[in-house]
Design a protein around this ligand. Sequence first.
Ligand SMILES: [Zn+2]
Length: 342
Amino acid sequence: MESNTLWAKVIESLHGSDRKVEAFPFKKSRSGVWKNIGEIGKDFSKRNININTSLCSKVGRGDKTLFWVDTWYGSEPLRTQFPCLYQLSTRKRAKVQEVYKIVNGGILWDWTWSRAPSSGEEKAEMESLKQNLQKYDLSVNEDVWVWKQSEKEDFSVKNVRLSLDRIIDINSEPNQFYWNKWATAKSTAFVWRAIDEKIPSAVALANRGMEISDTSCKLCGEDNEDAVHILMKCNFARRVWDGVETWTGLPMTNDVNNVKDLLKRILDSNRSQCKRKFLHAIAIQTMWLLWKNRNDKIFSGRRRTVQMLIEEIKDTSFLGVKQRSKHRSITKQQWWEFSFNL
Ligand SMILES: [Zn+2]
């Protein structure tokens, strides 16, 4: 099953057509971080900033950097500096680490060409490239991405960069998150934030310095209210999950202690790929409705029973599958029995 890392997505989006990825969601319907990144991308291009050359890599062992395409040696990508050689290269998207070998403690560059560089221009580029790379110190460290400082940079551009930095730490470990299109963008973005305790639970608000006299759960009163409690540990949530598990036949929540592991367990489960995707969407919908239920209880005093919530999960996830998946022929009865040959 495809797995999207945030980092890969962001880099792909920033590189645009260079990475041959058209999937980046600039659509207005997208919410949350994707929308923000999209806005920032537009901001960059409005100011004539080429993200491809502003974001450059300090290459260590060459594990994250594309040799020809990324900016890492000099102020432009090597394909711009050495256009004839780039033409001849048969591995235009190779990572740096794929084009050198360590031989007797020394670095041996090892490119593959469609034919050997032979014209005067090609040979001159070859000489120059070899000389340049001799001066470059590779290391055993991971590559690190940095924003290149420019003297011409005005305040507004700096601000755009700062806002991008606030959204993502460009060198952080990517948060493995499978973006399931059969769930709504809103519920998916919510669960993604919940994984890092970034939803406004009582505990999160108190940690952010808000004066909250009582951080206990308003549904059960038995523990402090953080994301894991609301979505998994609360008595109410447990009973809802029991219902979902009985319905789908897949144990999801026993022995897992956080949202990330819950989702992983579903994706790793012994079901067909299609069913795993259904179950994943259902789990996201379940957490989203547990959160809505919590808010309705706190802010408008509305109470739902466990049974009501389970019905709502079935209803809304069925709608989502009908609207967003290719399995439109599934009947309500099949969905309620969670039984289909897929
Ligand atoms: Zn509770």
